[in-house]
Design a protein around this ligand. Sequence first.
Ligand SMILES: [Zn+2]
Length: 198
Amino acid sequence: MQGHIDAGHFQVLGANLQIVIDGFGSFPIIANKVLLDEGLGTSNGTEAVKFDAEGWYPLERWLNALKRIGSEFGDYLLYQSGMTTPKNAVFPPTVTDIHSALKCIDIAYHMNHAVRGEAMFSPSTGEMREGIGHYAYSHTPGKNLVILECSTPYPCDFDQGIIIAMAQRFQPAARLTHDASKPCRKSGGLSCSYHVTW
Ligand SMILES: [Zn+2]
């Protein structure tokens, strides 16, 4: 999807596949089809797609599934799917406010992705492996403004959903705007810059 990241080397944690099933809500047949068409999970034809929540799945297929959702069903569904991402996730006790929540996205992102079957962030050593981009946090003290620069291979609208959901856990009135003076991955840029205010 993105020129600078070769998704073929990486995997995504199976639990993330639930995002698409949740995102489609009362249309599970569509969610099933999108996942199965990309070779993600298995189905006996009548029930929801089965997948191993703790297994690793090819990132390239997952990105293709999301890309297809965007082009066939619209960016809003990607945004909605992004918003369900943090809903069921478990967060470390260090996540106590909007700042720690937004900082934590990059760590959670790396814990949910692997290179050759090995998670890209180790909570025990604190070591982070490179290769799939970042959700880079920056904050000017004294201002209720956080800037997140996203260089992941995920769709812009999907990342916006993740970020606003994380922000609103602690600041229900938080808002997100796309910095229009910066590039956007939708128009071929390598990253997107978002302003979160509250
Ligand atoms: Zn963008």
